[in-house]
Design a protein around this ligand. Structure first.
Ligand code: ADP
Length: 392
């Protein structure tokens, strides 16, 4: 220990120069310049003080005997990862000897070593110490940033965990709610049918009311199914989901969608023209759902005056594949182009059936694979829906 400096409390700079009066002189010099300093009698003591939080050390190179190097090696290895401890080595005057060069080679990888040639001039000493303390203070800043980062990371992990849990609960809720809601709907259906069987045939009014009930039930069933689909889309981890590593073949997705929509396509004499489609990041079945939604919308929002025509094409642009689904339907005012992707947002409420969830589901699917989705339209002319996705 260094009893002569212990009373000053903080010892920023440690000095170990065991021979002669150097240690005391340097300490006085540093103290006079405003740098708290402590002279250490042994390397063990110096190491203990480094571990306790000193800022820099000054050591005479003749003190770097093998045993001292061993102690210093352990001491610097025990420093935290952000630390690059400033160590100033006072070399023998003039050209360093072979032994001294060897000692320095051993010590250099362990710390932030600076050589100070003796005889030491006060200005050289002070400027070396200033640079060392400045380097150390930068390291403390790094330490604080790292600890802040670790705290934030912890908070983020916690929030992420909470979010996953809440999402899971929400999905469970959606399942339970949809199941529980479907049950009373089935009852309503059955009893409406029974009432109709008993009295409906004679009573035109009653038969009409029963028809309204059935319509309401059908709409409710659609809503429940779409909500369930939406909750599954939001809660499934896209990147790790099956098939996403191999990528999605959009041509396969499209043919799956058109075969599912075979009947409405035939009934409405829809003309679909598709160009070559790429392979993108994602899952073919999920994108089949996107195509199915877009094509059925193009059919639903068609003009009464001409047969629906749908053009599907893809082009590569700045590292993404942009797929476009263009129709010649009724279109909508461009100012609503983003709003229609919101939950339950519908522009043509009364004239057309729907839940207002289809496009929200499509956008979620595309975003889960790192993509974007948007639309352009002109009222009375037609609409184009775009989705951009990264290649596989
Ligand atoms: P839904 O069709 O069930 O109402 P969507 O989320 O699929 O719900 O679409 C939201 C709204 O966007 C629709 O209600 C409609 O007003 C508008 N829309 C979607 N696709 C088209 C289209 N191809 N042409 C014109 N309007 C469309």
């Amino acid at each position: 220990m260094c009893p002569e400096t212990e009373s000053s409390g903080r010892h920023s700079v440690l000095i170990h120069a065991p021979y002669g009066k150097d240690a005391g002189l340097i300490r006085n010099e540093l103290e006079a310049a405003g740098f708290p300093a402590a002279a250490c009698l042994t390397v063990e003591e110096l190491c203990a003080r480094v571990g306790a939080g000193a800022d820099a050390a000054l050591i005479a190179d003749e003190a770097l005997v093998p045993q001292a190097i061993e102690l210093l090696t352990k001491c610097f290895k025990d420093q935290p990862p952000w630390s690059d401890f400033p160590l100033l080595v006072m070399t023998a005057g003039g050209a360093a000897t072979g032994a001294s060069r060897h000692r320095l080679r051993l010590i250099e990888p362990l710390a932030n070593v600076t050589l100070l040639e003796r005889p030491l001039r006060p200005e050289t000493l002070l400027s070396g110490i200033r640079a060392a303390l400045r380097a150390r203070s930068r390291q403390y800043q790094l330490r604080d940033l790292l600890s802040e980062l670790a705290d934030n990371n912890g908070a983020l992990k916690q929030a992420n965990g909470d979010l996953t849990r809440v999402n899971r609960e929400l999905e469970e809720f959606a399942y339970v709610a949809s199941h529980d809601l479907q049950e009373p709907l089935r009852m309503i259906n059955i009893y409406t049918q029974l009432i109709l069987d008993k009295t409906g045939k004679e009573d035109a009014d009653l038969s009409q009311y029963a028809g309204y009930i059935e319509q309401g039930v059908t709409r409710m069933e659609r809503l429940i199914q779409d909500l369930l689909m939406f909750s599954r889309t939001v809660n499934t981890d896209g990147v790790s989901s099956e098939g996403s590593h191999a990528g999605a073949d959009l041509a396969t997705s499209l043919s799956e969608a058109t075969s599912l929509l075979h009947t409405p396509i035939q009934e409405n004499a829809v003309v679909i023209h598709a160009g070559p489609l790429p392979r993108v990041r994602g899952d073919s079945r999920q994108f089949a759902h996107v195509f199915q939604n877009l094509i059925s919308n193009s059919i639903k929002y068609r003009k009464k005056t001409e047969p629906p025509r749908i053009e599907i094409s893809a082009r590569e642009c700045e590292g993404e594949w942009i797929t476009a689904v263009q129709d010649n339907g009724i279109g909508f005012d461009q100012q609503y182009a983003d709003r229609i992707f919101g939950l339950f947002k519908r522009l043509h409420k009364d004239e057309y059936p729907g839940t207002g969830l289809g496009l929200a589901i499509c956008r979620r699917i595309v975003e889960r694979y790192g993509g974007r989705m948007w639309a352009t339209s002109s009222s009375g002319i037609g609409s184009t829906f775009y989705f951009a996705l990264p290649p596989v």
